[in-house]
Design a protein around this ligand. Structure first.
Ligand code: KIV
Length: 272
């Protein structure tokens, strides 16, 4: 990087919203640890999402439900320490905001205070209106999340595309307009028809960030471990893999094992 840390201009909610206005796409990826966040930030990513997908890719759970508020804060602290430019958004985990708006506000404040992140994200529309209002009133930027909302997986029963039927698409559009009017600064649209994502993106002022929502969202997000091919068996149609790291790391590990067992590592230059 040529620019010194102090010269780097931080990505803020205003920067994100200006990008939509001038038609510049927003690039977001997930991050859960210091080393990966440093690489993604230096590469120029706009937003790093400390997603509750950490529950899957970091902890090996089947769903996002088990991860706790303190675990999310631990991941967020590690990411914040690595980042100079990107905006850091932290997922509010399942159970930290659904019961009532006071608990939601307390959880959001805890995330902001203890992690040093710049915004929170939570799933849902009208059902969480009061919580979003209270968090926003406390001065905390909120990113919304509609469509496939993994914290409700047991209600949906499946990870298939959402809002294909008119009634669900109508509710999603109404929820998107609500989140816009409440003052959310951006909105994730997960696994919905491309046509609907286009309509939503045109109908609201705030940027939409799609995952499996087609090319007309104002930005895109992927889970970094999927994009880099660290997760091997997860291959939804929307995913583009930029590396096959599962295999590459496996091969490197096999070479290391061979070198250790063959007494080739360490050699005379690799010792004191
Ligand atoms: O937790 C996560 O990684 C997410 C993205 C898929 C948007 O919410």
């Amino acid at each position: 990087m040529s620019a010194s840390t102090s010269e780097i201009k931080r990505v803020t909610t205003h920067v994100i919203q200006a990008m939509k206005k001038r038609g510049e796409k927003i690039a977001m990826l997930t991050a859960y640890d210091f080393s990966m966040a440093r690489i993604l930030d230096e590469a120029g990513i706009d937003i790093l999402l400390v997603g509750d997908s950490a529950s899957n890719v970091m902890a090996g759970h089947e769903t996002t439900l088990p991860i706790t508020l303190d675990q999310m804060i631990y991941h967020a602290q590690s990411v914040v320490r690595a980042v100079h430019r990107a905006m850091v958004v932290v997922d509010m985990p399942f159970g930290s905001y659904q019961s009532n708006s006071e608990i939601a506000l307390k959880s959001a404040i805890k995330i902001m205070k203890e992690s040093g992140a710049h915004a929170v994200k939570l799933e849902g529309g009208a059902e969480v209106e009061e919580s979003i209002q209270r968090i926003l009133m406390a001065g905390i930027p909120v990113m919304g999340h509609l469509g496939l909302t993994p914290q409700s997986i047991y209600k949906f029963g499946t990870y298939t595309v959402r809002a294909k039927q008119e009634a669900e698409a109508g509710k999603l559009l109404a929820d998107a307009k609500l989140l816009d009017s409440l003052g959310c600064f951006a909105l994730v649209l997960e696994k919905i028809p491309a046509r609907l994502a286009k309509d939503v993106s045109k109908s609201i002022e705030i940027p939409t960030i799609g995952i499996g929502a087609g090319p007309d969202a104002d930005g895109q997000v992927l889970v970094t471990h999927d994009m880099l091919g660290i997760t091997k068996d997860f291959k939804p149609r929307f995913l583009r893999r930029y590396l096959e790291l599962f295999d590459a790391i496996g091969e490197a590990t096999q070479r290391y094992i061979t070198d250790v067992k063959g007494r080739d590592f360490p050699n005379e230059h690799e010792q004191y």
